[in-house]
Each structure stands twice: as structure tokens, then as C-alpha cells.
Ligand binder design. Structure first.
Ligand SMILES: [Zn+2]
Length: 98
């Protein structure tokens, strides 16, 4: 995660980072079940991170989610380079969730 943020800062610069929604922290560890399911959430294990939950709501697809916009292509490339998976990119929902 430190490598991701370092690369993102190098890519976007501090001024863009200050104004970008990709930097709005929305949580990590939260010991709970999946919303609408019976299994443990990946947040329950502390292995998922959310950013900008207002702009990327759970059921929003790419037509509505902020993170689906082209301006975040580099952001997702950086996460993928470090082995992370975006649920939005993989399944087109829950774009806040990495
Ligand atoms: Zn999440």
C-alpha cells in the first residue's frame, strides 16, 4: 500500500492528490459480515480498502462511479502493478473497494 501511494503521488503530484477523490479514505478493517450476505466481509479480515465511498457507491456501475472515469486509469494501473484487485474493474460494482 505504501508503494501504491508513493507511485500515485509521483504520478499525480501533490496538488492533484489534495483535490482528488482517490485520496479520500473510506475504511479498511471492519469486523463484519458481507452486506446482504452470510459470509465474512474482506474488511473483516483487514484485507480490503475503500476510497471515496460517496463517489463510488456499492451498486454503482461504470456509468456512474467516479473511479470508472479515464482520469483514474493510472491509479488502477498502479494498484494492479502491486498485485491489488479493484472490484469495480473486475466486476463493475463497488468501485470504492480494492
Ligand atoms: Zn470495501
Amino acid at each position: 500500500m505504501l508503494r501504491v501511494h508513493t507511485k500515485a503521488l509521483e504520478t499525480y503530484g501533490i496538488e492533484k492528490a489534495k483535490g482528488g477523490s482517490s485520496w479520500i479514505w473510506a475504511g479498511c478493517l471492519n469486523v463484519r459480515g458481507m452486506r446482504g450476505g452470510s459470509k465474512w466481509s474482506t474488511h473483516g479480515w483487514g484485507i480490503a480498502i475503500d476510497y471515496d465511498s460517496d463517489g463510488n457507491q456499492l451498486k454503482w456501475g461504470s456509468c456512474k462511479a467516479a473511479f470508472a472515469k479515464a482520469q483514474y486509469d493510472d491509479w488502477w494501473g498502479i494498484w494492479e502493478e502491486e498485485g491489488w484487485l479493484s472490484l469495480g474493474q473486475a466486476k463493475n460494482y463497488y468501485w470504492m473497494h480494492i
